[in-house]
Design a protein around this ligand. Structure first.
Ligand code: GKR
Ligand code: MG
Length: 423
């Protein structure tokens, strides 16, 4: 058996832009393109590992700084990778460019920057030993990973453009029609509605309409902290027995704890607990009962496993958060979820909303709402170089350099203000 070290010989970061529909949320509306950065790590032995992350300008600068400092590193040395990323961020600064503008602002910059490199190194490790990444994380405990239908209020199309294939969803009928279409196409067995867009009573009506149409699907509502504590309590009590969990009704750990004391369903978050140092304060006041993990900001796949252990220890449930993403991310999410026994909720994904990708198609097919865990070595996905080139070109011509849902909304409705909480 070879004990030879596998060393990094080159790293490439490629920003890409892919078409995104006008999905509405509590801080504005998705721009015509979503941005991602594709990380390719090469070894001197000729292997290439892939990672995917945000592509906001400041984040890209940090990725590039790390890329230059890890040539020569052993691909098994992920702790040393994390240490070096920490050193680099301490030197060049860690504020701004989270890729989650207006949503998650307190995640750890070091963990965010570390993540795509760690995923790429695990991809290489898997290829080197001929095993899927899920095996490196402890082995898949499920052969397929369930995802949820992720519904959005949306306009029919971007202003000035033709309506997209989904059309508008601005009332309960539109939301139910969107859900029906998504469930029929993908077989999803759980449904999440992104709220925080319309007055809360209207969103309660939409959830009730979903319940009538899908009596057996677990339902979730996520207004991204758009409500005050009293409004959150009112909505939580109105939807007693209807929601599987209520996600981020109100801002902050104290606010969530106040809501949790008054409602029956579990509260979930990808906003008030997004980094390891926020776990203790949250546990101390029982602010949330479900954490939405996300390897893109929890520091990669192994640190997400660490989070799963902490949730298990403190009796908290575990689900998975997503942002607009491509196939490398979905592959990583699937391996992680497969190898995380206590991840018992269907994971979020924005997958149905995209029409373009950078990977060769075929590997990550949805069946009955689930993605089969790839069993080939590494992540199991292959970069389509032509597609990468096209989406990079699209990034260059798009003019978008940061995610800015609020700014885009204001180009359409100049008086729009992002106010959290709004109701
Ligand atoms: O894609 O607009 C969106 C979502 O609102 C996203 O930004 C959130 O981070 O999906 C996320 C969530 O669960 O809060
Ligand atoms: Mg959320």
């Amino acid at each position: 058996m070879s004990t030879e070290k596998l060393r990094i010989s080159a790293v490439t970061i490629t920003p890409v832009a892919f078409r995104d529909p006008p999905l509405l949320n509590s801080v504005g509306v998705h721009e015509p393109y979503a941005l991602r950065a594709i990380v390719e790590v090469r070894t001197d032995g000729g292997l290439t590992g892939l990672g995917e992350t945000y592509a906001d300008a400041r984040h890209l600068e940090r990725l590039q700084a790390v890329a230059e400092q890890i040539v020569g590193l052993d691909v098994y040395a992920t702790e040393e990778l994390h240490r070096r990323v920490g050193e680099i961020i301490a030197r060049i600064g860690g504020v701004g460019g989270s890729g989650l503008t207006g949503m998650v602002t307190t995640s750890s910059t070091v963990d965010r920057v570390h993540s795509p490199f760690e995923v790429a190194l695990l991809d290489i490790q898997g290829q080197a030993c001929g095993r899927p990444v899920s095996d490196l994380l402890g082995g898949a405990v499920r052969a397929a990973v369930p995802f949820s239908a992720y519904l959005f209020y949306k306009w029919a199309g971007h202003p000035g453009a033709e309506p997209d294939e989904w059309g508008a969803a601005l009332d309960p009928e539109g939301v139910v029609a969107q859900a029906r279409r998504m469930v029929d196409a993908y077989g999803f067995t759980a449904i999440k509605l992104k709220g925080g867009v319309l007055p809360p009573e209207e969103e309660v009506e939409a959830v009730r309409a979903l319940r009538a149409e899908f009596p057996d699907h677990p339902l979730r509502l996520d207004p991204n902290a758009a409500w005050t504590v009293p409004t959150s309590v009112k909505v939580g009590q109105a939807l007693d027995g209807v929601l599987e969990y209520l996600e981020d009704p109100t801002p902050g750990i104290e606010g969530m704890a106040a809501v949790a004391r008054e409602v029956s369903m579990p509260l979930a978050t990808n906003m008030c607990v997004v980094a390891f140092d926020e776990l203790h304060p949250s546990v101390a006041v029982d602010a949330v009962q479900v954490i939405l993990s996300d390897h893109h900001y929890w520091g990669g796949l192994r640190r997400s496993k660490l989070l799963s252990g902490i949730c298990d220890t403190f009796g908290m449930g575990l689900s998975m958060h997503s942002n607009s993403h491509l196939g490398i991310s979905l592959a990583a999410m699937t391996h992680l979820a497969a190898a995380t026994p206590n991840l018992t909720y269907a994971c979020d994904t924005h997958w149905p909303w995209k029409t373009e990708d950078v990977i060769e198609p075929g590997v990550l097919a949805f069946k009955d709402g689930s993605v089969e865990v790839p069993t080939t070595p590494g992540l199991g996905v292959t970069l389509d170089r032509d597609a990468l080139g096209t989406l990079h070109e699209q990034y260059l011509t798009s003019g978008q350099r940061n995610r800015d849902d609020t700014g885009y909304m204001r180009t359409i409705h100049p008086t729009y203000r992002s106010t959290i909480p709004r109701w």
